[in-house]
Design a protein around this ligand. Sequence first.
Ligand code: DC
Length: 237
Amino acid sequence: MKFKNLFHEYVPVIAIDGPTASGKGTVARLVASHFGFHLLDSGALYRLAGLAAKQHQIDKNNVSALVSLINNLNFFCAGGCVQLNGVDVSTSIRHESVGRMASAIAVHAPVRSALLSRQYAFRKPPGLVADGRDMGTVIFTDAVLKIFLTASAEDRAQRRYKQLIQKGFPAKIEKILCDLIERDSSDSNRTSAPLKPALDARLLDTSMLSIGEAVNRIVVWYQKIESHTSVVKVNFD
Ligand code: DC
């Protein structure tokens, strides 16, 4: 008998959700690196789909074309590098217009379903830190630790402004704030997997915390959970 087929290795997930520019990308990367875990930037997958849709001039509401596009999406996403069809798009997917497209196509349930298996594929030993909008509520509901990062819209706009300027993109703070409020509203009010904290999520307001302090809090929370978890960790499915 092959026990390997019966017992899957337990792969812990730390889910970090929150609105745009809440700092979750940086925090998730640092937490993953601290524990040597894999990292899923689910927003990058939605952005890749948004960018590909723009390249193919697919309308944001043409759901069947979007699903077929996603099913054939040829991408690579690891170690901070994002490629679409072998071309490095790490910088271009961060453009505000791509973010808006990502948010617009993300309202469609079939689009979200088409991205499910792509996201599950990131869950590999020794563990995963998953960052997005619905990591704790929909994708990894069995995550051992769920965090909901928040910060005021003004603080987030300031952060996004600095990021864009650093990357050499033109940016206006008022426009960023308007876009961000619009995107928050679209992400939070959609019917399919809206942005909201999981019932068992811990809220972490980053307005008054440095990135290092936020990371440290999550690291300590996870270590406490791990030390209380029983020795046998097996998924039966
Ligand atoms: O995290 P981000 O700003 O890179 O995400 C871009 C958009 O993708 C976001 O506005 C909504 C969508 N998204 C989503 O609907 N669900 C996720 N898990 C991640 C992102």
